[in-house]
Write a protein that binds this ligand. Structure first.
Ligand SMILES: Cc1cc2nc3c(=O)[nH]c(=O)nc-3n(C[C@H](O)[C@H](O)[C@H](O)COP(=O)(O)O)c2cc1C
Length: 336
């Protein structure tokens, strides 16, 4: 059988097609079509789903792990957490209650099991408007204009962070953003200096996973050849951070896979909420991809901050990026 191809058609979902009278496993397969629209680092889509009755085991696909960019698998688990959050948001929309059981470090294949109950009212806290945002959301790579996020929007963002041990820091002080932009520049230079990182990035660009616009136009085939690439990325990305009215960092006390899955859920919830408020979101991971820079980032936050897990710019832009492609759901379904 031939390999499934990346496609943008997965974004054309119609909620009227929900199989309301079908068996729960068929409903789950429909809900998973929303899960795969989640963001993931390099759009690697490193998730796997095993559906049985009203349960879905959600695992990582190690063949899609970015071992050069993400040696500790932090981004792998965050990406899987984003998919879990989309599944939960979609389930609640269709009045199915999702219950997530996390498996922690002992079971590397199955990260979490989500049990779906279509006979009980959802009892959780997600705002209902998040559902429509799943098919609207995309990562922005533009310079943001100088409009700031008002207090009401910031408060709404803070209010959806419900997980114990995940803290949202919203940074708008110019001096701190400046220091963050310097760390970003250093991260870009170090990573682009690493042949394994460049080869890995080139692989994902070559697959077409990152779409045809932003990174390809900026880097393209130069990934493997241009020696000044690190400096160019550093200059561009520093400006992106400085242009952002807000830089958000999610921190945690623990630094393990289960916590990182929860960080992914929180991030995706924030990204969906931001989408409903017209706020653009752009994760920037280079600082976090090198341990020493990650420690220095922690030092820029308030003294009680835990370990930084995810950093993203937030702001306003008139540009609307086209959706990046996905592999179809069938590529991620595994049998028992
Ligand atoms: C854990 C994680 C790390 C990411 N890091 C970056 C990054 O460093 N730079 C960037 O431009 N996008 C980053 N992204 C965004 C992905 O590139 C993006 O989600 C993916 O290409 C799919 O596109 P979409 O979000 O528009 O659907 C990250 C996303 C996740 C979940």
């Amino acid at each position: 059988m031939s390999e499934p191809e990346l496609t943008r058609s997965v974004w054309e979902l119609d909620s009227n097609d929900y199989p309301a009278s079908a068996a729960i496993d068929e409903k789950i397969r429909f809900l998973l079509r929303y899960a795969i629209l989640a963001p993931s680092s390099h759009n690697s889509q490193p998730w796997r789903f095993r559906v049985s009755g009203n349960e879905v085991d959600i695992g990582t696909d190690e063949s899609r792990w970015l071992d050069a960019a993400d040696p500790t698998k932090r981004e792998l688990y965050i990406s899987v957490g984003c998919a879990i959050e989309n599944l939960c948001v979609a389930a609640e929309h269709f009045e199915v209650e999702p219950r997530v059981e996390y498996h922690g470090e002992t079971d590397t294949d199955t990260v979490a099991t989500v049990t779906l109950h279509d006979d009980s009212e959802p009892s959780t806290h997600r705002p209902s408007e998040l559902f429509d945002a799943i098919t609207e959301r995309s990562t922005s790579h533009d310079l943001f204009d100088d409009r700031t996020l008002d207090t009401a929007v910031r408060d709404e963002l803070g209010a959806v962070v419900a997980e114990d041990d995940v803290t949202l820091h919203l940074v708008d002080e110019p001096a701190v953003k400046q220091s963050m932009s310097e760390l970003q520049a250093e991260g870009d230079r170090r990573l682009m200096d690493d042949p394994e990182y460049r080869t890995e990035l080139g692989h994902w660009i070559g697959l077409g996973a990152l779409g045809s616009s932003w990174l390809v136009a900026r880097i393209g085939q130069a990934v493997v050849t241009h020696l000044d690439l690190g400096d160019r990325e550093a200059a561009k990305n520093s400006k992106l951070i400085e242009s952002a009215p807000l830089v958000a960092v999610l921190t945690t006390e623990s630094d393990d896979p289960m916590t990182q899955v929860k960080v992914g859920q929180v991030f995706e919830r924030l990204a969906l909420l931001a989408t409903t408020a017209g706020v653009a979101v752009h994760p920037m991971s280079q600082t976090l991809e090198r341990p020493e820079l990650r420690t220095r980032l922690q030092g820029l936050l308030d003294s009680t901050a835990g370990v930084p897990q995810h950093l993203f710019r937030m702001g306003y832009t008139d540009e609307h990026p086209e959706h990046t492609p996905r592999w179809p759901l069938e590529a991620f379904l595994v049998d028992r």
